[in-house]
Design a protein around this ligand. Structure first.
Ligand code: ADP
Length: 552
């Protein structure tokens, strides 16, 4: 029997219409560094989205599934592009401005972007690449920056505000197939070449509902979310879409991502929620410790992208900023799990803290399984560790076309199982009540004499030492054991802790056979384009003999 229910396509257009109509007074505030921040309501944003769509269609000739790329910070205009391109049926392609030049060029060509909307402040980065970006016909420049860098550039150059000025403030949006592409994002390539993930209208709609669930971020129109996680990194974890569903106000930092301006915007704009990777919060913590501010409104901080060190969670708790840990990846839109402890645990107890440190619980909509080294399914017993595989309606089932754009979708064997599940490359356990604990990335785990050592456990233990600012542990070749851990440590300013002291401290927390013999001090841990520890670089530095290693 067929159901008797209506079937209305789940589209980004509907999210936009809803936000504009029902939450028209909610605001997007963009930090400007000096002077007043810039404020725009959802209703005003809706009018400008329509104007931008007219400009893209009428003036720049965008049709069908043409790609409209953005090279932008988090700001109100970027949100406009987020809605205009998908709602008119085109595909938004967010470019990661921290990628090396060759990767950025490769990605633009691979996606065959026709337009790039770019913040003026990023022209020094984009201008030198233009000769290699043959598919790009138009540049639309927004915000302050030196336009003369584009003198003689091949693509046509337009001013964002001039382009949309005078255009109609409504648009007769086409009715779209919900399975059609709405946006695309390339993985940041922490562990290999970038790969294009293409989100559908439907996947974005369903993911946005998930972000909004109480057991997820659970925000309402009484909240203001400080969206630090870049819009070029997995759609800012879905926040620009999710907020239009529920009327959550957005506070956008633009290019002011350093600890001092972040502290200043929290104090003056009083957000209730914020989202970013641990590195950002480590920086903010140091800033707030050195120069305390009133951050009392900020009571919920979503941390993901890499494991949240327990020391960071504790320190934030002490400041009244409750951390909520989450796990996800570009391929999962990104929200996979969120660590909200179950109702039966005592608030403030060690048990509660242990639950909060897990990567979190799987929501309805994300199915999970653990696969052992021989391909066997492992139980959810909180002990058996295997590779995490997931499936669901906001999980990628393939990557965007092979060597050339519009090629067949790619389904590499190491990324997708034969029966279509995504192999995450993350290793961990799942408890009987559905909480995921990651012990490592498959590629980072240290395989020592037939046993696995978790690099993350060693890092967390080291980072809980008062003299340690940051620590990364990588596997290095060892004649006897195959691989052994190398500890790279960044000491806090003025600290003089020696390796013996650190090793003795670690010995209280991990098994003796896991203790690193090789130690080195570095000025900073190398980071990827999205602020994660770049272990590829550390491994190479070690192999090239570029690190000053002490053997204990
Ligand atoms: P990349 O693979 O280029 O780093 P992603 O940003 O998609 O790109 O990264 C996803 C990966 O980040 C996950 O597979 C996982 O290894 C890691 N990750 C994300 N969130 C967490 C978390 N809360 N704890 C530990 N690792 C995490």
């Amino acid at each position: 029997m067929l159901s008797t229910m209506q079937d209305v396509p789940l589209t980004v257009t509907r999210i936009l219409d809803h936000g504009v109509r029902v939450h028209g007074t909610s605001q997007i505030t963009t930090w400007t560094g000096e002077g007043d921040p810039h404020r725009r309501t959802f209703a005003e944003t809706g009018a400008r989205v329509a104007q931008l769509a007219h400009a893209l269609h009428d003036d720049l000739g965008i049709r069908g599934d043409d790609r409209v790329a953005t090279l932008m910070w988090n700001n109100a205009e970027h949100v406009e592009a987020y809605f205009a391109a998908p709602a008119m049926g085109a595909v938004l392609h967010t470019l990661n401005l921290r990628l090396p030049a060759e990767q950025l060029t490769w990605i633009v060509r691979h996606a065959a972007d026709r337009v790039i909307i770019v913040n003026g402040s990023l022209l020094p980065l984009l201008a030198p690449l233009l000769p290699g970006l043959e598919t790009v016909e138009h540049l639309v420049v927004s915000g302050p920056g030196d336009r003369s860098l584009l003198d003689g550039a091949r693509p046509q150059v337009h001013e964002y505000e001039d382009l949309i000025a005078g255009k109609p403030t409504t648009y007769d949006w086409p009715e779209l197939d919900e399975r059609q592409a709405a946006a695309m994002c390339y993985t940041s390539g922490t562990t290999g070449d970038p790969k294009g993930v293409v989100y559908s209208h439907r996947s974005i709609y369903l993911h946005s509902m998930q972000v909004n669930m109480t057991q997820s971020m659970g925000l309402t129109d009484a909240d203001t979310s400080l969206v630090v996680v870049p819009q070029f990194h997995v759609n800012a974890w879905g926040l620009p879409h999710a907020t239009f569903m529920t009327g959550v106000n957005m506070l956008m930092p633009d290019r002011f991502l350093q600890p001092a301006p972040l502290a200043a915007m929290i104090e003056s704009e009083r957000p209730t929620h914020a989202a970013a990777v641990p590195t950002i919060w480590q920086g903010l913590l140091a800033e707030l410790t050195a120069r305390p501010r009133d951050v009392s409104t900020l009571t919920q901080v979503t941390i993901g992208g890499s494991a949240c060190p327990p020391s960071l969670m504790k320190a934030f708790d002490d400041l009244g900023m409750r951390v909520c840990h989450a796990w996800g990846m570009t391929e999962t839109s990104p929200l996979g799990t969120v660590a909200r402890p179950p109702a039966h645990v005592e608030p403030g107890s060690d048990e509660e803290f242990a639950y909060r440190l897990t990567q979190g619980r799987f929501p309805a909509g994300v199915e999970a399984r653990l696969t052992g080294p021989g391909g066997e399914q492992l139980p959810w017993d909180g002990k058996s560790a295997g590779e995490l595989e997931v499936r669901g309606n906001w999980i990628a089932g393939a990557y965007y076309g092979g060597a050339d754009a519009d090629g067949e979708p790619l389904r590499p064997e190491d990324k997708f199982s034969e029966d279509g599940w995504l192999k995450t490359g993350d290793v961990g356990t799942i408890s009987p009540d559905g909480f995921l604990t990651l012990t490592d990335r498959a590629k980072d785990v240290i395989k020592s004499g037939g046993e696995w050592i978790s690099s993350v456990d060693l890092e967390n233990a080291l980072m809980s030492h008062p003299d340690v600012a940051e620590a990364a542990v990588v596997a290095v070749p060892d004649d006897k054991w195959g691989e052994r851990p190398l500890a790279t440590v960044v000491l806090k300013e003025g600290s003089s802790a020696d390796f013996e002291t650190l090793r003795d401290f670690l010995a209280e927390k991990v098994a003796k056979w896991q203790l690193p013999e090789r130690w080195t001090i570095v000025p900073a841990v190398p980071k990827t384009s999205v602020g994660k520890f770049d272990k590829k670089v550390l491994r190479k530095q070690y192999a090239d003999g570029d690190l000053d290693v002490t053997q204990l």
